[in-house]
Design a protein around this ligand. Structure first.
Ligand code: G3P
Ligand code: MG
Length: 236
């Protein structure tokens, strides 16, 4: 089962920061998920619509200036990184799952993935672009049809995984609170992988493995790594 660090290693460092990204890499996580939003002509790696929970700032992120966003503390002295800064930190060392958090993200993600392939050593196969905003995901697909798509849902749709197949997705990304055997089977029958968020408990992972889930997004990738890897990290 694939292990994907959710917002970086966000159970161990402030979410969606360069510290969380670097920690996920140090732990040996092969894939990292982040959220991106657009403000003042830049893509910022940040989950919430508003700034209060994760920073010392106030207001809606998309309404802020670059100068203001650059001034904020996103935890432990970390700033809000841009997508390009995260790409530079990873530089092809792991898969990057980029979740489009809303409108005005697809075009810039298309541009930056191309640039990162040219300048940072990423391959096209190392990206998965996902979204709950299916029109924005479809827009991205039209711009970069060769990149894998993750179709996000927090529901069990009446037509099961049909919407993901309609989008031409590579994976159905669904909520641990809703996923069940029928949805996994339906997705597999349509040729889709099934990735589940957010799974921090090994007992949940075992249940998901039993129904055929292909990967999990976790805030605690350390809990799902082979013990040999953790032992070697502890020994330094
Ligand atoms: O991409 C999986 C997961 O990140 C989706 O939900 O709200 O944590 O971005 P959320
Ligand atoms: Mg996300």
């Amino acid at each position: 089962m694939q292990i994907i660090a959710h917002r970086g290693a966000s159970g161990l460092a402030p979410e969606n920061t360069l510290k969380a990204i670097r920690l996920a890499l140090t732990l040996g996580t092969g894939a990292i998920e982040i959220d991106v939003q657009q403000a003042d002509g830049e893509l910022w790696v940040f989950h919430d619509r508003r700034l209060e929970r994760c920073t010392d700032g106030r207001g809606v992120l998309m309404a802020q200036s670059r100068t203001y966003l650059e001034s904020l503390n996103a935890g432990e002295g970390e700033g809000i990184p841009t997508l390009w800064q995260v790409m530079e930190a990873i530089a092809g060392q792991a898969e990057l799952h980029i979740e489009l958090k809303g409108a005005q993200t697809a075009d810039e993600v298309a541009r930056l993935t191309r640039r990162a392939e040219a300048e940072l050593g990423f391959t096209t196969a190392q990206w998965v672009v996902s979204s709950f905003h299916h029109p924005e995901l479809a827009r991205f697909a039209a711009l970069r049809p060769e990149i894998r798509l993750g179709a996000l849902t927090s529901t069990i749709p009446l037509t099961q995984a049909a919407f993901a197949a309609e989008l031409g997705a590579w994976s159905l990304n669904c909520d641990v609170d809703f996923v069940d055997q029928q949805l996994v089977q339906d997705a597999h029958d349509r040729g889709l992988r099934v990735l589940v968020y957010t799974v921090d408990d090994p007992a949940d992972q075992a249940m998901l493995a039993a129904i055929g889930v292909d990967g999990i997004f976790t805030n605690r990738p350390d809990r799902f790594l082979p013990s040999a890897k953790l032992d070697s990290l502890c020994r330094g």
